[in-house]
Design a protein around this ligand. Structure first.
Ligand SMILES: *Cc1c(COP(=O)(O)O)cnc(C)c1O
Length: 468
């Protein structure tokens, strides 16, 4: 399998090189040249596999330049850090299913991808006797998951920008209390989009990128999307095995469009197995407006109870546009150039029809979010986090307009990461799992910086170039 750019400006490269490249050198995002589809027989076989074995089957379709033994070893190690034998178990609640994606070391779904990516990076680097500075922006969960993916690895340093004071206290502590010397936290005086803009700008400075051997871990890295594809297929096959014949819908709390794009890829691979993807947003609903009106227009970021979705420009959206625009990199490039000038993308009626065959969407406000946590708890004695609640509320609202079929709601974080929102809903904070206990007593390490490219570069220069 070879990899290309959404903007058509790079020669096809191997999986390993694409992992190392992060953002494509033409400013686009990396995608596989094609998405393989599998037969019903293959799906039947896959349905009986444990999570790790399924991951191997799915990933080897895309990572053909990595040996199967090695891939198997990477997968085993990556998911041995999870506290559930099934890695991502599916739990039934009345007419909904919850796919628990929070059993990794930082209690959010991002561990599924970042435990794998950390091990993959480290392996590829040691093969070359090389070193990397990881640079990324986080609205909360990515940062800690990325840090836990690479902490202590001796061929990687990691620099994570987070919006100062705008991630939940626990999320900040998860990042800043890590003691490993290869971890650098930058608290940026701005919002998440500011952090992301700084990171993108630095990556576009190819001289700097090469000199400092920068690599990305945010959701633009294809290997992350790939790792996330697995749990959609895993969950859908579980329900299929249990006797469901209808297509299985997924409700996905969405920010950067990374997770739901993995759902799109899973849907392509498996034919009719997966039905509609519900794109659930909070008040930052640029993507909902796109699905409903065919207009992708940047608004202002408003802080909500689901901060990991407080995003306006969705960094993975361009990947979907590539398919929507008939896999024509030239059109994607023109569209993205225009978007950076005007801040708007509009699509025509036919394209909107296509969008709505795949996606349904709803935007859920904060009152509805709190109310959903409360109702779910009352009914099932099960606490969901505010991101998950956005997905559950969207599923409940849209159920009537979907084709028949069960809905799986992605539980993207453990509720204990967002105690404030949970307290509002049920009057008490959720019990903290073992790994989140005692964080407040630990020593913190972070550096406060303005949202300024040069300041961030200066900091990386001052600490980040190791002797090779
Ligand atoms: C990152 C995150 C999301 C959004 O996922 P995207 O891939 O950015 O769409 C939703 N919920 C939680 C808890 C997250 O950490």
């Amino acid at each position: 399998m070879k990899y290309i750019s959404t903007r058509g400006g790079i020669d096809p490269i191997d999986f390993s090189d694409s992992v190392m490249m992060g953002l494509a050198t033409d400013g686009g995002l990396i995608l596989p040249e094609n998405i393989p589809t599998v037969s019903e027989d293959t799906l039947k076989h896959w349905a009986r596999l444990p999570y790790q074995d399924l991951a191997l089957e799915v990933m080897k379709l895309f990572a053909s330049d990595i040996s199967e033994e090695l891939l198997e070893d990477l997968i085993k190690r990556s998911y041995s850090t999870f506290d559930h034998a099934e890695v991502t178990p599916v739990v039934e609640f009345g007419d909904l299913y919850i796919l628990e994606l929070f059993h990794g070391p930082t209690y959010a779904f991002k561990d599924v991808a970042l435990q794998f990516l950390g091990n993959l990076f480290s392996h590829l680097l040691s093969q070359k006797g090389s070193f990397m500075n990881i640079l990324g922006a986080t609205s909360g969960d990515t940062g800690s998951a990325a840090i836990y993916g690479v902490k202590g690895k001796d061929n990687i340093d990691i620099f994570i920008l987070h919006p100062h004071g705008r991630v939940s206290p626990i999320q900040a502590l998860q990042m800043t209390t890590v003691e490993d010397e290869n971890v650098f936290n930058l608290a940026i005086e701005g919002n998440f989009d500011d952090c992301q803009t700084v990171v993108k700008t630095i990556f576009n400075d190819l001289d700097f990128k090469n000199t400092y051997r920068l690599g990305a871990v945010n959701s633009i890295n294809w290997a992350r999307v790939l790792a996330q594809v697995v749990y959609y297929i895993y969950a859908a096959l579980k329900l299929r095995e249990a006797g469901t014949e209808d297509p299985i819908h997924f409700s996905v709390p969405t920010g950067n469009f990374g997770d739901i794009f993995a759902g799109f890829v899973a849907r392509e691979i498996t034919g009719d197995l997966i039905g509609r993807l519900i794109l659930a947003t909070n008040e930052n609903n640029i993507l909902t407006r796109f699905v409903l009106e065919g207009r992708y227009q940047k608004g202002k970021v408003v802080p909500t109870l689901s901060p990991s979705m407080d995003i306006q420009v969705a960094s993975n959206f361009e990947r979907y546009l590539y398919y929507l625009f008939g896999r024509d990199g030239k059109i994607v490039k023109l569209t993205m150039d225009e978007f950076s000038r005007t801040g708007i993308i509009t699509i025509d009626k036919e394209q909107l029809c296509l969008v709505r065959k795949t996606f349904s969407s709803a935007s859920i406000n904060q009152d509805e979010t709190v109310d959903t946590i409360r109702r779910f708890y009352k009914r099932y004695s099960y606490v969901i986090d505010p991101h998950t609640a956005v997905g559950v509320a969207a599923a409940q609202r849209l159920r009537a307009e979907l084709p028949p079929g069960p809905i799986v709601c992605l539980a993207t974080a453990h509720p204990a990461k967002f105690p404030g929102a949970v307290r509002k809903a049920i009057g008490r904070e959720p019990q903290r799992p073992y790994g989140l206990q005692g964080l407040e007593g630990k020593k913190q390490r972070y550096k406060v910086l303005p949202p300024n490219v040069d300041e961030v570069k200066k900091y990386i220069k001052s600490v980040g170039l190791k002797d090779l």
